[in-house]
Write a protein that binds this ligand. Structure first.
Ligand SMILES: NC(=O)C1=CN([C@@H]2O[C@H](COP(=O)(O)OP(=O)(O)OC[C@H]3O[C@@H](n4cnc5c(N)ncnc54)[C@H](OP(=O)(O)O)[C@@H]3O)[C@@H](O)[C@H]2O)[C@@H](O)CC1
Ligand SMILES: [K+]
Length: 470
């Protein structure tokens, strides 16, 4: 599991170490890890360290201190280092170490003429507020062609919300200390981080604000049939999706549901669509009892009836696409076991705001919807978010831009419903489903361009590979 903590949590975890360890010990750990990462980055880009050039953009706080200490270590390995001071003062010990190692503080013009191979962004870290000051903006503009390694975070992002409301650094690599921050996992800030590398500095941390499942977590959560299993104990998943206008959505939703997690799949929908479903999936059966429903993908005008009928059963329901518009109104008594699977446009319609606002602040908006409907919200995107009304958040880090293809969401809806039917709770079902779907997309993309059918086709192989890990 990758875990991200808030600024307040990081500061609280740092305090006991700052109180008990020799002065500067924590910063030394951070700077050493940062220097190692920069050496690797220089080797990756230039094939060597000796004779390369690094410019530090140094802010006034400890973030600048980390960067200056790391630059001192780099100087001792033959890297030529310069620093541009952004702010009235620089971190005193960091500056002393930097100068002692042969570094020089220069003006911006000289830093540009120096021709750096890398820029170290030590402008601000967890003490920063969103946005950059004019001197930092000017420095980044003058050095715009040089790849940036961000120290702890790309300066200027909103650390705890993962938003980028104002000017900010766009890094090729972010070296973050102690734990991930919300901004290193959650879009749009995560996009500004480039690759992310975590340096352990020995923090003892509480429950995270945001977490990201990894393969071992998914393996632990995925249900595996017991020796005495039969199709009903494995769970029966029902699909109410598709319409005469969009029969393909039913096929794709069923394909996600029929990936082998649940013991049986039922389809309920228009006769003409049902015939196509049964022809393509002979194992699918008709109406009856289920342990979870997938509702709404491509349902068009049938969505309202399909949702009402699914909600009438006392089982978890995944609400997708056209059905989202027919959710019981805000403020009515919440119904347990709901998973909502909107994309940004659908979530924007739920909260009555422009899509661009949701894309700029996905975590905030997903939290709002989870609260209002007391439902688990799976907000689809490059970094899909899964938000529980109790405040827990997971972000999905599997997937590929090739997943942005028609029908991919229908597959996901069926898959999440099958995980619910097999007994996972809504939060786990949504986050495990997003992880498997992303992996299937990556595997499909490795074989060629991606369409939704091929994503579904890769699910059984991924599921078996993951369950084989335990
Ligand atoms: N604690 C530790 O031992 C360890 C900490 N570590 C490191 O310390 C970092 C946190 O350091 P920090 O608390 O000193 O804050 P930091 O991020 O440097 O910024 C504060 C300064 O920036 C200024 N400022 C604010 N916003 C700004 C903006 N938008 N643009 C420009 N300036 C802005 C603000 O000035 P003010 O607004 O108050 O005038 C203030 O002076 C953390 O991210 C990690 O790298 C690691 O070494 C591990 C051990
Ligand atoms: K930074």
């Amino acid at each position: 599991m990758r875990r991200a903590h808030t600024v307040e949590q990081v500061r609280a975890a740092e305090q006991p170490l700052l109180d008990t360890q020799p002065s500067g010990a924590l910063m030394a750990r951070a700077a050493t890890g940062l220097a190692v990462a920069v050496v690797e980055e220089l080797r990756r880009r230039r094939g060597r360290t000796y004779g390369t050039r690094v410019v530090v953009l140094a802010g006034p706080g400890n973030n600048g201190g980390d960067a200056l200490h790391a630059a001192a270590r780099l100087a001792r390995r033959g890297v030529a280092v310069r620093a541009v001071a952004l702010g009235e003062v620089l971190h005193p010990e960091g500056l002393a170490a930097f100068l002692t190692a042969g570094g020089r503080v220069v003006g911006l013009d000289e830093a540009v003429r120096f021709g750096p191979d890398l820029v170290l962004d030590g402008i601000v870290g967890i003490g920063g507020s969103p946005g950059l000051r004019p001197d930092a903006e000017a420095a980044l503009e003058a050095l715009a062609d040089v790849p940036v390694v961000a120290v702890d975070l790309p300066s200027g992002v909103d650390v705890d919300l993962g938003e980028t409301p104002r000017s900010h650094v766009r890094a090729a690599l972010t070296v973050t200390f102690g734990t991930h921050k919300v901004a290193t996992l959650v879009d749009p800030a995560a996009r500004a981080c480039g690759r992310v590398r975590l340096v352990d500095i020995g923090l003892d941390l509480p429950a995270p604000a945001v977490e990201a499942l990894e393969a071992d977590d998914v393996a632990r959560l995925l249900p595996v049939p017991s020796a005495t299993a039969h199709k009903y104990t494995r769970g029966v998943v029902g699909v109410r999706a598709g319409s005469s206008t969009y029969p393909g959505a039913a096929l794709l939703c069923v394909a996600g549901a029929a990936s082998g997690i649940a013991g049986m799949v039922r389809y309920v929908g228009p006769q003409s669509v049902e015939t196509q479903v049964r022809t393509r999936f002979p194992e699918v059966v008709g109406p009856g009892r289920v342990q979870a429903w997938a509702v709404g993908s491509g349902s068009d005008t049938d969505a309202v009836t399909m949702l009402r009928e699914a909600l009438a059963d006392d089982v978890p329901v995944v609400v997708d696409a056209d059905a989202l518009a027919h959710l019981p109104r805000r403020g009515s008594s919440p119904r347990p076991g709901l998973v909502l699977t909107p994309h940004a446009g659908e979530l924007a319609a739920l909260v009555g705001e422009p899509r661009a606002d949701v894309e700029a602040a996905p975590l905030r908006h997903a939290r709002e919807v989870a609260q209002h409907w007391q439902a688990v919200v799976l907000l689809k995107g490059a970094r899909t978010l899964v938000v529980h009304p109790d405040g827990r958040v997971r972000v999905n880090t599997t997937g590929t831009p090739w997943l942005a293809t028609a029908g991919a969401g229908d597959v996901l809806t069926g898959l999440v419903a099958s995980l619910l039917a097999s007994g996972l709770d809504p939060f786990d079902a949504a986050s495990v489903g997003a992880w498997l779907h992303g992996e299937a997309g990556e595997r499909a993309a490795a074989c060629g361009t991606v369409v939704a059918t091929t994503i579904a086709g890769h699910l059984p192989g991924i599921i078996r590979a993951v369950t084989a890990r335990v």
